[in-house]
Design a binder for this molecule. Structure first.
Ligand code: SF4
Ligand code: SF4
Length: 410
């Protein structure tokens, strides 16, 4: 009974402070990177290096600091492997199927129509050639793109001018590995799709990798069809989808006004937090950017929350304040520890996504809480504490949804 009174008093205080505007974020500002990253340095590119190959020797002679951790992960069962700790036949097979289809889709990223990216001319609106770029209205076209994609499965869509730091400096995997990436487009469209809340509640079990692959697939299809549509109208377009990126999606999505990168290194959207997957289309089609300042209250919340730090099974998420890394204040996840856990568990984990207070379903109640978090400093502190009271400092891992069990137990 006493606990009930305490909770009612806390809710009463929260109600009082909710509407008083006091962000109190001080120095918590998002800053963009100034340098470009080589895709070969990404842990998911390095995992493709085969011991004994010339690529393997060449890479680790330049970067010996990664070799020990990468070799340790090579000795583990691996992602979606039958010997992995969280092996589950139905969900693992579903994820494998989705990734197989995504692999085929990778062949379409640069060739979604008969117009090749290298042969489509730059826009020249005075020409009468039927293959020439159509005379489009940038504002109406941007509205069309946003409306169309949201109507067909996107959770959010944003447009930004393409910056150098959005692009990797070089390709690090696939047949074009080692090629420099040159900025030829002016705009980028970022697309998010929602990862199902219930499927993620069992993370790091099989349902999380199944859902993650599902949303890589869905966001990839949206990017491919947008790229094809843009090419139909006579402009260049490249889709950036799982396994075939020239851009760093969270950086693009942040500048496109879809959220801000939080403690776990993922895009934190205002209404689903990190529970999204992202794809991007870059283009020379003239569009209107939907840029807005990233919300500093998310960074402030992350500074005090640390729930993902305490629940990460690999201890890969840093505690404490942001640090200056390559001229930018940010948190840096230990990618080697995180990926090693994936190779042991067999899934891409997602435990950090499932426990994040911003990942709660986008219900009226949670919208009310999010409004308070954004509006008032005191409410923000209370929300962190109350999330622990209601969901636990280390929320329990939910069982896999019953329908995912395909085993014959007879
Ligand atoms: S769990 Fe907390 S610290 Fe981690 S990303 Fe979410 S809000 Fe930030
Ligand atoms: S995915 Fe899992 S291992 Fe990686 S940072 Fe998140 S909680 Fe940690």
């Amino acid at each position: 009974m006493n606990l009930l009174y305490i909770i009612l008093i806390i809710i009463g205080i929260m109600g009082l402070v909710l509407f008083f505007p006091w962000k109190g974020t001080g120095s918590f500002k998002y800053t963009s990177p100034t340098i470009r990253f080589h895709e070969a340095d990404h842990v998911l590119s390095r995992r493709l290096l085969k011991p004994g190959s010339s690529n393997y020797d060449a890479y680790y002679s330049i970067h010996p600091e990664f070799q020990k951790a990468d070799d340790r992960s090579r000795q583990a069962p691996g992602l979606l492997d039958r010997l992995a700790y969280h092996y589950d036949p139905g969900t693992f097979a579903a994820a494998r199927s989705n990734f197989e289809i995504i692999g085929f889709m990778g062949q379409l990223t640069h060739a979604t129509t008969s117009h090749s990216i290298t042969t489509v001319p730059l826009p020249d609106q005075s020409t009468t050639d039927t293959d020439a770029p159509r005379r489009i209205h940038p504002e109406k076209t941007s509205r069309f793109i946003t409306g169309w994609l949201k109507n067909t499965g996107a959770h959010s869509v944003g447009i930004t001018t393409l910056r150098d730091y959005h692009l990797y400096s070089h390709k690090g995997r696939g047949p074009r590995s080692g090629e420099p990436i040159v900025k030829t487009d002016e705009y980028a469209v970022a697309i998010t799709t929602e990862m199902d809340h219930q499927m993620m509640q069992s993370a790091p079990e099989g349902s999380s990798v199944m859902e993650s692959s599902e949303q890589y697939l869905r966001s990839g299809v949206l990017a491919l069809k947008l790229a094809a549509w843009i090419k139909e109208l006579g402009y260049n377009a490249t889709a950036h989808i799982d396994g075939d990126y020239e851009v760093i999606c969270p950086l693009v999505a942040t500048d496109a006004g879809l959220g801000v990168i939080g403690r776990m290194g993922l895009l934190m959207t205002p209404d689903l937090g990190p529970r999204v997957r992202i794809s991007v289309v870059t283009t020379n089609m003239p569009l209107i950017a939907s840029e807005q300042q990233p919300d500093p209250t998310v960074l402030h919340f992350c500074h005090h929350c640390e729930k993902c730090v305490q629940t990460c099974p690999a201890g890969a998420i840093p505690a404490g304040p942001r640090k200056e890394i390559a001229g930018v204040e940010r948190w840096q996840v230990n990618a080697e520890s995180c990926y090693h856990y994936w190779t042991v568990s067999g899934t891409d984990c997602g435990r950090c996504i499932s426990v994040c207070p911003y990942s709660h379903p986008d219900t009226l109640f949670h919208r009310f809480i999010r409004f308070g978090i954004k509006n008032n400093l005191v409410f923000r502190y209370l929300a962190i504490k109350l999330d622990d009271v209601f969901y636990g400092r280390k929320p329990r891992i939910r069982p896999l949804p019953a329908w995912t069990d395909i085993m014959n137990d007879q």
